[in-house]
Design a protein around this ligand. Structure first.
Ligand SMILES: [Zn+2]
Length: 461
């Protein structure tokens, strides 16, 4: 009674799962037909970390103090990689009754593995198969015996060797679903949460091949059918897992963000240099990673971090190690920066549509060390890089290896099962609704969380 299986498909956009590939995904289609489904509005920023942690806790990125894969360290200019020890708020599986057991598989960030009431395998941020990756620790040997060494992720997905990427991708996805099926059959957990990062890797590697609107799309290319094949494969894995779970389990299929064509990359620290906010001791001729640059902090008012979006931080006196901006001047400086960032034209002098957001307008709290500004270049048509050199403001591609897609604001939500009364298309599903819906299906209190229970919502969009 009231069991729940959450299948997280990283980076799957509604346009593919609900439209273009739906006929190749009979198992997902059946979940939609039996229940309710719709696009899911995800977090600011739309990135794997913090998105899954927000979806599965009901808290926003500011409350969790997670603003991306890497986060600032107080008293330093450095950033550190997100890890499971930073989850300061309870995840849904930490709110269950004593007799309810969880199986938590590959949910980022879950490395290093933390104790749960049940079992856990840590996510793709696990360094390798020999790193401790399960709770309880002996689970690792049981899984290795059946499924071989744990494959947390493909080796490098920004690569020219795409035959290798595709082969590893299938192997990882297949192993992850096999582990999930095994856990369903042998443990029958009250709550299973699984995240498969494969579709994210697939999109970064093959988006240009499958998206006719991508500037590099080749309709006769070798991998033009790779999307139908991979999504079909993913759906067969989903079918096996649904079969292992049985008809009495409520099923929620979600993604943490979507994907869209990537048109290029904006070098945020170059922008700050050109606008007089950032000063280097020596300016490099070649593009050079941010970590290798020598910054003249005594003359620097703002600095940036790249990725799917730009983060702009002020060099504030008393907060940064060599801060020069008085706290009282921060507000005016932010407004000026935001205005100038919005006015930046594209490489072809076309007007871009920057979304420049302040943490205080997006989040209920600002824990950790949030950036002053979050910049989504041309609303995610461009990604961002922290590297500087040669006067490069725009690069036609990503600077850390070939990458065909950026993330997008909408993921997917599809829910069905014996305790689900909702039917048909749902409007405006918000990421905060996910944790509340899971907790209500498990008969748990969620009254402290802001989301809506979507399992009982009647009526059509
Ligand atoms: Zn993701």
């Amino acid at each position: 009674m009231g069991r729940v299986l959450v299948v997280g498909l990283d980076c799957v956009p509604p346009r593919l799962a609900f439209e273009r590939y739906r006929r190749f995904m009979p198992n997902l289609s059946r979940v939609m037909e039996r229940g309710a489904w719709g696009p899911l509005q995800t977090t600011v920023p739309p990135i794997t970390v913090p998105a899954w942690a927000c979806l599965l806790s009901g808290y926003d990125p500011g409350e969790l103090g997670l603003y991306g894969f890497r986060n600032r360290v107080r008293g330093s200019y450095q950033l550190e990689l997100a890890h499971s020890g930073q989850l300061a708020k309870p995840m849904v599986w930490e709110r269950l009754r004593a007799e309810q057991r969880v199986c938590c598989l590959f949910v980022p960030p879950s490395y290093p593995p933390r104790p749960v009431h049940g079992e856990l395998v840590s996510c793709f941020m696990t360094p390798d198969a020999d790193s401790a990756h399960t709770y309880p620790p002996p689970l690792a040997a049981e899984l290795r015996e059946r499924f071989g060494p744990y494959l947390p992720d493909v080796e490098e997905y920004r690569t020219e060797d795409r035959a290798r990427l595709l082969e590893q991708l299938y192997a990882c996805t297949e192993q992850h679903f096999a582990i999930a099926c095994h856990m369903q059959r042998t443990r029958q957990p009250d709550l299973t949460v699984m995240v498969e990062v494969g579709p994210d890797r697939f999109h970064h590697g093959f988006w240009a091949d499958i998206d006719p609107e991508h500037p590099q799309h080749d309709p006769a290319g070798r991998y033009r059918g790779a999307g139908v094949e991979y999504y079909g494969f993913l759906d067969r894995q989903l079918g096996l897992l649904l079969e292992a779970a049985g008809p009495e389990v409520n099923v929620l299929v979600i993604s943490d963000h979507g994907a869209r064509a990537l048109y290029g990359c904006v070098h945020i620290n170059e922008w700050l240099i050109q606008h007089g906010y950032l000063v280097l001791k020596r300016y490099p001729r070649e593009l050079t990673p941010w970590s290798e640059l020598e910054v003249d902090w005594s003359r620097t008012r703002a600095f940036g971090e790249g990725g799917y979006y730009s983060r702009v931080m002020l060099n504030i006196r008393g907060r940064e190690p060599q801060g020069i901006v008085p706290a009282s001047a921060a507000e005016a400086l932010c407004e000026r920066l935001a205005q100038e960032l919005r006015e930046q034209l594209g490489p072809d002098q076309r007007q871009l549509k920057q979304r420049v957001l302040r943490p205080q307008e997006c989040y209920r709290a600002q824990n950790g060390l949030p950036p002053e500004l979050m910049v989504f270049w041309d609303d995610l048509n461009y990604r961002s890089s922290g590297a500087v050199g040669g006067g490069t403001l725009f690069s036609p591609t990503n600077d850390t290896g070939p990458d065909a897609c950026n993330h997008d604001w909408q993921g997917i939500f599809a829910l069905a099962g014996p305790d689900v009364a909702a039917r048909g298309p749902l409007a405006s599903v918000h990421y905060e609704d996910v944790a509340v819906t899971i907790l209500r299906l498990l008969r748990q209190d969620s009254s402290d969380l802001p989301g809506r229970d979507r399992s009982q919502a009647q009526g059509r969009a």
